[in-house]
Structures are given as structure tokens and as C-alpha cells.
Write a protein that binds this ligand. Structure first.
Ligand SMILES: [Zn+2]
Length: 77
């Protein structure tokens, strides 16, 4: 049997806990960053022809309305 000191025993769990917490922190931080980047890419449009309010992930400033296909410019806030 390997002799283990009390400080070594608690030190092992302290380091293991820090590694787990750091891993979870990095995982959720990267996940949230990806989700926020997707939400930021969503543009809002208001159709001037039929009044439909819709969103699109298009990089173009103009997007067709899903109801009447009229091309509208994105809303600016
Ligand atoms: Zn429309």
C-alpha cells in the first residue's frame, strides 16, 4: 500500500476539484459564446406590404418576407 499523507490526500482532491471547475467553466463559456454569436447574427425585418414581423440570419441588408415575398430592409435600432 502506498503511504499517503493527510496534506497529500486533501491536496489531490483540491487539485482535482479545481481542474473539474475550470473545465466546466471553459465548456459553458465557449457554449454561451457560440449561442450569443448566433443570436447576434439574427436580423429583424418588418414587411411594409403585409405588416409581417420576421427574422433572418442573412448577411444581406434586404430579405424577402416569408408571407408575401416582398423584399424589406432590416430594422435598425
Ligand atoms: Zn410581407
Amino acid at each position: 500500500m502506498v503511504p499517503v499523507t493527510i496534506s497529500g490526500f486533501f491536496g489531490f482532491f483540491l487539485v482535482a476539484g479545481l481542474i473539474v471547475v475550470t473545465g466546466l467553466w471553459l465548456f459553458y463559456d465557449l457554449r454561451d459564446r457560440r449561442l450569443l454569436d448566433r443570436k447576434r447574427q439574427l436580423r429583424a425585418y418588418h414587411c411594409v406590404k403585409c405588416g409581417c414581423l420576421y427574422g433572418s440570419r442573412s448577411v444581406e441588408e434586404v430579405s424577402p418576407c416569408p408571407a408575401c415575398r416582398f423584399r424589406n430592409a432590416s430594422l435598425r435600432f
